[in-house]
Design a protein around this ligand. Structure first.
Ligand code: NAI
Length: 470
């Protein structure tokens, strides 16, 4: 007979949205059950953010080691070229994933959350069945938090398969493809394509739009474009991927340019990175009588859906499809269910792209602020003038920090950066915006010397017209 579970809160999906919601519910004393079809941790921990960052790290380390061969660099000389074994890198990456997966499992247990492994299929808004390895489980809940996340989008004429990879398979390869064509020069395509280039693939990008990484403005992209140029990586802009075709020497991606010209790009593997879509299919969402907002589940500023006591968070409810947004919404919903007054109204959700070099965006860019009719001042400071950056070989990639503020009261509207290691500055950027900092707050906060963080007060001083070191 099927096991029956009555729970106060049922969380569907064990990614950074769902597991955080479940832990917080458990901490708040709510009887909580979480259902996950795959491994706890979701796309982010298992097949997205974390494994990709692990591979990006390995790729960077390998490329850096190559610089020491022969004449050497920094006084370090290698007699022979380093050898790269992607299989070994993947095995190490799995240890990182396993450790985090174990951590999530332990945290849920500590919070007394029951984890059910299998796919939840809803029969109505508060009831679902899960086929587990031990048989069917029926779950009935007072509150349901939907956190099913997103799945990779694809190109119908280029189906996924042995030679056509999604980001998931790109993180499982055991051999570096000699020639890799990446379709889509967005977040995923750029991060993974650059990593493969550093691992030794000849990488080519195909992008339908007239530019890469549309989330970031052109001045920020300059160092990234310079890196691509330096590595002789072609980016075919305004070009559409059409089909993979077999050729005399293997295979090729057939593309069409804006002028309608067809070309063949020879390749061994193709990575398709053309976006993600909310995971709304195959688990009974249509039985829940919930209003949609286009492809996404419609929610208000407390992540309530149109069905009473059914909540939705993360990629399922819209852009930005970022893990940290999902976690913040999950924590909030748990607290609202427990009776606290909360709403989701962040000043900014910072985004980081782990390219070469890295990019950070938090709040409004100068163009976005101007488009809103705001009179602004902008200050910028280069890492080339920062001692710590130079001492870490991180100051020569053209990177900088840029602060955008209102001209009248100096309220900081946006902070952006490009450069090696800038991802680690993103927290301070977000904090400054969330706290309503003014330029004088940034410049008046004593930042540790020597650190890369000193560039932020310098950029603020530049906006005020008197940077010290530039
Ligand atoms: P994306 O939306 O960033 O980029 C997809 C690109 O593919 C677009 O530039 C689009 O113009 C292009 N494209 C679409 N169809 C095409 C075709 N037929 N031929 C050529 N180009 C085509 O999507 P991506 O990179 O797949 O990432 C998905 C989501 O995952 C992002 O929205 C992001 O939020 C999240 N993500 C976040 C990361 C981070 O925070 N560091 C890293 C990776 C992904």
């Amino acid at each position: 007979m099927a096991e029956s579970i009555q729970t106060q809160v049922l969380v569907v999906g064990g990614g950074p949205g769902g597991y955080v919601a479940a832990i917080r519910c458990g901490q708040l004393g709510l009887k909580t059950t979480i259902v996950e079809a795959d491994r706890l941790g979701g796309t982010c921990l298992i097949r997205g953010c974390i494994p990709s960052k692990a591979l990006i790290h390995v790729a960077g380390k390998f490329e850096a080691m190559k610089e020491h061969v022969g004449a050497g660099k920094l006084g370090i000389r290698l007699d022979a070229a380093p050898q790269f074994d992607l299989g070994g890198a993947i095995d190490w990456k799995e240890t990182v994933v396993d450790r985090l997966n174990g951590g999530v499992t332990a945290l849920l247990k500590k919070a007394k959350v029951r984890a059910v492994h299998g796919k939840a299929v809803f029969v109505d808004a508060k009831n679902c069945t899960v086929q587990t390895a031990d048989g069917e489980v029926q779950i009935s809940a007072e509150h349901v938090i939907l956190a099913t996340g997103s799945t990779v989008a694809g190109i119908p004429s280029i189906p996924y398969g042995e030679h056509v990879l999604s980001s998931t398979e790109a993180l499982l390869q055991r051999e570096v493809p000699k020639r890799l064509v990446v379709i889509g020069a967005g977040y995923i395509g750029m991060e993974l394509g650059m990593a493969y280039a550093r691992m030794g693939s000849q990488v080519v990008f195909v992008e339908a739009l007239d530019r890469i990484l549309t989330l970031f403005d052109r001045p920020l992209l300059k160092p990234v474009e310079a890196w691509l140029k330096h590595h002789q990586i072609d980016v075919h802009l305004k070009t559409k991927a059409m089909a993979v075709v077999e050729t005399a020497d293997g295979r090729a991606l057939e593309v069409e340019t804006a002028e309608g010209e067809r070309k063949l790009l020879p390749c061994d593997k193709v990575l398709v990175a053309v976006g993600r879509r909310p995971a709304t299919q195959g688990w009974g969402l249509d039985k829940m009588a919930i209003d949609m907002n286009g492809a996404f589940v419609k929610v208000d500023d407390q992540c309530r859906t149109s069905m009473r006591n059914v909540w939705a968070i993360g990629d399922l409810v819209g852009e930005p499809m970022l893990a940290h947004k999902a976690s913040a919404q999950g924590e909030m919903v748990a607290e609202i269910i427990a009776g606290k007054r909360r709403s989701f109204n962040p000043v900014a959700i910072a985004a980081v792209c782990f390219t070469e070099p890295e990019l950070v965006g938090a709040g409004l860019s100068p163009d976005e602020a101007k488009a809103k009719g705001i009179d602004i001042v902008v200050g910028q400071f280069p890492f080339a003038a920062n001692g710590r950056s130079l001492a870490m070989q991180a100051g020569t990639d053209g990177g900088f920090v840029r602060v955008t503020a209102r001209a009248d009261n100096h309220l900081v509207l946006g902070i952006h950066a490009v450069g090696a290691h800038v991802s680690e500055l993103s927290g301070e950027f977000a904090l400054a915006l969330e706290m309503g900092a003014r330029l004088e707050d940034l410049s008046g906060t004593i930042h540790v010397h020597p650190t890369m963080t000193e560039t932020l007060p310098e950029a603020a001083l530049a906006a005020l017209g008197h940077a010290i070191h530039a």
